[in-house]
Structure formats: C-alpha cells, structure tokens
Design a protein around this ligand. Structure first.
Ligand code: ADP
Length: 395
C-alpha cells in the first residue's frame, strides 16, 4: 500500500511516499518558498534526484508539480494517482475535538478550520494541503494526524491554567501540547530500546519549534508548549516563556498593538531576537568566532531546557532517560553539552567524546557513571503519520 504523507506549512510542503507496511521510502522531498517566482522543489526517489527553482504560486501548483513527478516514468513511484491509497496529513491543532488520528470528512475540515484561531500559522495551511490533495488524489483516504493528540493523556492538574474555571469549561482554554507525533515516535523508540514500558523519560524536541515532554508508562503527562505553540523553550524565532505582564506594558506604556506583539513574539524573538540569526548553525559559528550575543543565547537556550529537565524529573519522581531529537537535538553537540553540564545531582552525566560522534542510529552518549541514559534518537514524523494513518484504515 502506498501512503503519501504531507506536511503543509505556510510557504512549504514536505512530503514522503511510503510503501507500507514495509516502511520503505519510495520518495521524499520538499517545496520551499511557495508563493514566489523562485520556489524550490526538491525530490528524491531511489536513483533520481531533482532540484528545480520555478514559480510555484500556491499549494495547488505545488502539489500538481509533485504529482507529475510521482507519475514520471523515470521516478517510477506511481503509475496513476489512484495508486496512492492514503494521504496522511499533519494537522497541528486538534483542540478539544480530536484525541486521535481521524479520517477527514467535511465535518472534520470544518473543525480544523474553526481551530485556526488557536494555530493561525499552521491549521489554515494544513487545511489547504487537505483540500488540494482531495482533488489530486480523489480515490485516496485522507487522514489527519494531529500534533496535539499524543498529549490528550496529560492530567487535569497539568493541563489546567489557574485562571477562572469558566474559561476552561466554556472557552476550552487549557494546555494542548504540540509536536506530539515526534514525541510519540521517539518515546516509543526509547521504550523499545530500554526494553522497559514503565521507563520515566523526558523527550526534548529541538527543531525550529522546540518542546519537551514528560513521559510515564508511554504516556505524555506534561509538556512545555501550551495553549498554542509559543511558550516553554527558547525557539528559532519564538520567545518561549515570558512574564505575561510584559505584554500589558508593551500595550499600555509603549503603544504596541496586539498584532505587533504577536509578530514580535512569534517571528522576531527567540534565537533570532537574541542574536540576529535563527539557524543554530550560524549562531554556533558566530559564537566560535567570539560573538558574545551568540555565546549568551546558546547558554540561555540550554539553561531553559535544563530548568524543564529539573521540573519534569520532579513530577516523574525519577528519571530513566532523556532523549534529544530533531534538527538541533540530533545534531548540536554544543546544545547537548551545555544542557547536560552540572546535572550530575540528577544522575545525568554526559560523555563528551560520545557526544560528538555522528550516527543516524539511536545512540547513548552518557558516561559510565550516569544513572540516567542520555539518548539521541532521530525523529521521523512522516513515518509515524504513515503508520498511524494506515493503522486507522486497517482497523
Ligand atoms: P523543523 O522544526 O522545521 O522540522 P528541524 O527539526 O529540521 O526543524 O530543525 C531545524 C534546526 O536544526 C535549525 O535551527 C538548524 O540550524 C538546526 N540544525 C540542523 N543541522 C544542524 C547541525 N549540524 N548543527 C546544529 N544545528 C543544526
């Protein structure tokens, strides 16, 4: 069975086609800068690699280009659009409605649209991808896999905010959590690796967006992102935790509009706001050359992760493993080193040599003395989406 996985963002679409249940990748790639004359289309199939810069003005044009490549005789991925039996879509916010993977119907689409107010940067584009995929692959089952679903196990004591009760009851204001597909995937890998379903684990997903999850008995019990994907850790362009009174000061004393603040906190803060760069590779290179702002930002980033490790160890009442994943978590030995420094009281002790080794497999990077395992596990959100979508159809 061939499953197409789509992750549609505001100006990008990431895609993979899997042969399931074998989990073979038939092709993968992405389209960047959708909406521009110089959009970039990257497509990889076994012996075929294509990189073109072309005008792709909307998601429809992007997916038409993708389907042409899939059908191209040279790539040999599919012979007809009907060969794609399932399209699995990443949908960021499932709100109070979706506790698990769901087949897409007009009612489901209406709910995803309604939830756009909670994730305006994500849900509208996820929906756009769904609408276009329905026209290009009309025979396929369209399945939504929600980033929030894995966190539905978080107990009330953790998901409730200490604001008037009516805001939760009537207006559904609560912690939802995000990056659930990644946290689920790597925590299951960790549990399998540790061979203990009862393991107490902290998963640390550090990409452009960053988040941490406390996991007990395979379930999410607390998470660093909340009502929307803004709080918690310092991210590429998002501030993470700040005191809400700063917002009132910006409005009342400095004349900011709410739109200004939203843009500032989402797009101009985090590592970008601190350093002028949002790609961690640039920040590390600058720090290496003596740029003090970059050096401090790396320390601040790791300090915030460390605070969450402390609090999650407390709520888990112990710790068996921490897991680093995603672009930064898998690749930045600097962030891992700064994070794990001076955590020996919690039984976390990094091996500096193992930390700098490279591998695409699961690896342990702690010292022999460390009570807690420090794991680096490559995430694979696309495969997780394909697996969940297929298991929904099979059952
Ligand atoms: P997304 O959230 O878009 O899926 P990724 O998981 O791909 O993001 O992570 C993107 C981040 O990973 C970027 O900040 C990038 O700088 C960082 N990154 C990728 N490779 C490296 C590396 N070798 N060293 C340090 N950071 C890296």
């Amino acid at each position: 069975m061939q499953v197409l996985v789509l992750n549609s963002g505001s100006s990008s679409i990431k895609f993979q086609v899997f042969n399931m249940p074998e989990e073979n990748i038939l092709c993968s790639g992405h389209i960047e800068r959708i909406g521009f004359e110089d959009a970039k289309f990257t497509f990889k199939a076994s012996s075929h690699k294509l990189e073109t810069v072309t005008s792709i003005l909307n998601h429809n044009q992007g997916l038409i280009l993708l389907s042409k490549q899939l059908l191209d005789k040279e790539t040999g991925v599919i012979n007809s659009p009907n060969d794609i039996e399932i399209v699995g879509h990443r949908v960021v916010h499932g709100g109070q409605y979706f506790k698990s993977t769901t087949e897409i119907t007009p009612e489901v689409k209406a709910k995803i649209e309604e939830l756009s107010t909670l994730a305006p940067l994500h849900n509208p584009h996820n929906l756009e991808g769904i609408n276009v995929a329905e026209t290009i692959f009309p025979q396929a089952k369209q399945i939504a896999v929600f980033d929030t679903a894995f966190h539905q196990s978080i107990p009330e004591v953790a998901y409730k905010y200490a604001i008037p009760n009516s805001l939760l009851k009537k207006d559904n204001i609560r912690l939802y959590g995000f990056h659930g597909t990644s946290h689920k995937y790597v925590s299951e890998k960790a549990i399998e690796y540790l061979n203990n379903p009862k393991s107490k684990i902290i998963t640390i997903h550090l990409g452009n967006g960053c988040s941490m999850t406390a996991i007990k008995d395979g379930k999410s019990i607390d998470h660093s992102l909340g009502f929307a994907p803004m709080n918690g850790l310092i991210m590429g362009t998002r501030s993470g935790d700040i005191d809400p009174s700063i917002i009132f000061h910006l409005v009342n004393s400095l004349g900011y509009s709410l739109d200004d603040i939203y843009t500032m906190l989402q797009k101009e803060s985090g590592m970008l706001g601190l350093t002028g760069y949002n790609d961690l590779r640039d920040i590390e290179a600058e720090a290496g050359k003596g740029n003090e702002k970059c050096q401090l930002a790396l320390k601040m980033n790791a300090y915030r992760i460390k605070k969450y490790i402390g609090s999650y160890t407390a709520i888990l009442n112990g710790l068996d493993a921490i897991v680093f994943t995603a672009g930064i978590g898998e690749n930045s030995d600097t962030i891992r080193r700064l994070t794990c420094k001076d955590l020996d009281y919690l039984g976390i002790s990094l091996n500096l040599d193992k930390n700098t080794e490279r591998s695409v497999n699961i690896r342990e990077i702690q010292d022999d003395t460390s009570k807690v395992k420090i794991l680096v596990i490559p995430t694979n959100e696309e495969l997780e989406i394909a697996k969940q979508a297929m298991s929904l159809i099979k059952n």
